[in-house]
Design a protein around this ligand. Structure first.
Ligand code: KG4
Ligand code: ZN
Length: 341
């Protein structure tokens, strides 16, 4: 079964062709970082306009790379949330127009759930359930018990900033453009992670929830103090980045391992843009030696359409029917709606 995936939830316009849920024939991603970076974050109106310009060229490229024509597609899978409303509309309306014109089914996919599916696509053999999903992106931070594809239980999530958002905000404080995660990781490589003893948030009675807002503010106050003293140079920035990154990642690892113990987990699946971090992967590899760690392969950590197409295949097989033309874009999708009937 050939599935066309369409992704336009935020600042990436992406199309992919995936066979039978895992064989990626093409995975084209057009990033808009160039237009958003000077604003320190994604500007929704600019993102929508760019999606309009890029959607058809990206689709054509995905078809060319996969060496197939539109008529050969069996299903169209589109991320219909969570995301920016205008951005979602471009992808969703493209999917609906294609479905009408080609007389093919289309299916709406939850972008967040697709991030959790991305790591499974890189596996040769099917994963054995239940396993733990660790979702670390610009919009989400969550620990999810994956009972099977389409069947989840939310164990913990952030009560304020998402982890990627915290990286982006700290990078901005240090005068680096959006997206800040990769820059913080690079700076931290030469920094002293023990220089500033920060703390991540612990929520009383909620051992699996996260809070990064206080950590971010602690970095800001420390930076302000150093600016007042005229002490900020490249070394200070490297040390702040390294100390912040270490604190945030150690908190994620600690809470993940607590969940591993409580739920007797053997396999951890990672998803979301922050899992692109080689530092995070190394730190997890060192600490979680008793678990099988499954990371998304190259091109599947950050927003992409291959994960949408891959998950679309499974949901369509399960349901045997596509969505109706009145499917709406959803800005937010609570985790309890992750499970489809
Ligand atoms: O999953 P994603 O592409 O978009 C969302 O669905 O949010 O994640 C983007 C986020 C950004 O916040 C970016 O700064 C972060 O992933 N990120 C990183 C790294 N690479 C990307 N954060 C930390 N270290 C990295 N190497
Ligand atoms: Zn994402």
């Amino acid at each position: 079964m050939l599935v066309l995936g369409i992704e336009s939830t935020c600042d990436e316009t992406a199309c992919a062709i995936v066979r039978n849920g895992h064989e990626i024939l093409s995975n084209v991603i057009s990033s808009q970082i160039d237009i958003h970076k000077e604003y320190g974050g994604v500007v929704p109106e600019l993102a929508c306009r760019r999606h309009v310009d890029l959607m058809i060229p990206v689709l054509q490229q995905a078809l060319e790379q996969a060496k197939i024509t539109l008529n050969e597609i069996d299903l169209i899978a589109v991320a219909h949330g969570p995301g920016l409303i205008g951005a979602l509309l471009i992808g969703l309306n493209t999917a609906k127009a294609l479905a009408l014109a080609l007389k093919k089914p289309f299916i709406g996919i939850n972008h967040t759930e697709a991030h959790l599916y991305a790591a499974m696509m890189s596996l040769e053999a099917p994963v054995s359930f239940p396993c733990l999903g660790v979702l670390l992106s610009g919009g989400h931070t969550a620990l999810v018990l994956i009972k099977e594809i389409g069947h989840y239980e939310l164990i913990g999530q952030t009560i304020d900033d998402a982890i990627g958002e915290a990286f982006d905000k700290v990078a901005r404080m240090l005068d680096f453009p959006y997206p800040g995660g990769p820059k913080i990781e690079k700076l931290a490589l030469e920094g002293d992670a023990h220089k500033y003893p920060f703390k991540a948030g612990m929520i009383k009675g909620q051992p699996f929830n996260f809070s990064f807002s206080g950590l971010k503010t602690a970095v800001l106050y420390r930076l302000r103090g150093l600016i007042e003293e005229g002490l900020v140079d490249q070394k200070v920035k490297r040390d702040l980045a390294a100390s912040f990154q270490k604190t945030a990642f150690e908190d994620i690892i600690k809470k993940t391992l607590l969940a591993v113990e409580k739920y007797q987990i053997q396999t951890i699946l990672f998803g979301g843009g922050v899992t692109n971090s080689q530092t995070l992967r190394r730190m997890f590899n060192e600490k979680a030696t008793h678990c099988t760690l499954v990371w998304p392969s190259i091109g599947l950590s950050l927003d992409n359409a291959a994960m949408i197409a891959g998950l679309g295949y499974h949901h369509y097989l399960k349901r045997g029917i596509g969505d109706e033309m009145d499917l709406e874009p959803l800005i937010r999708i609570p985790f309890n709606l992750l499970e489809k009937p």
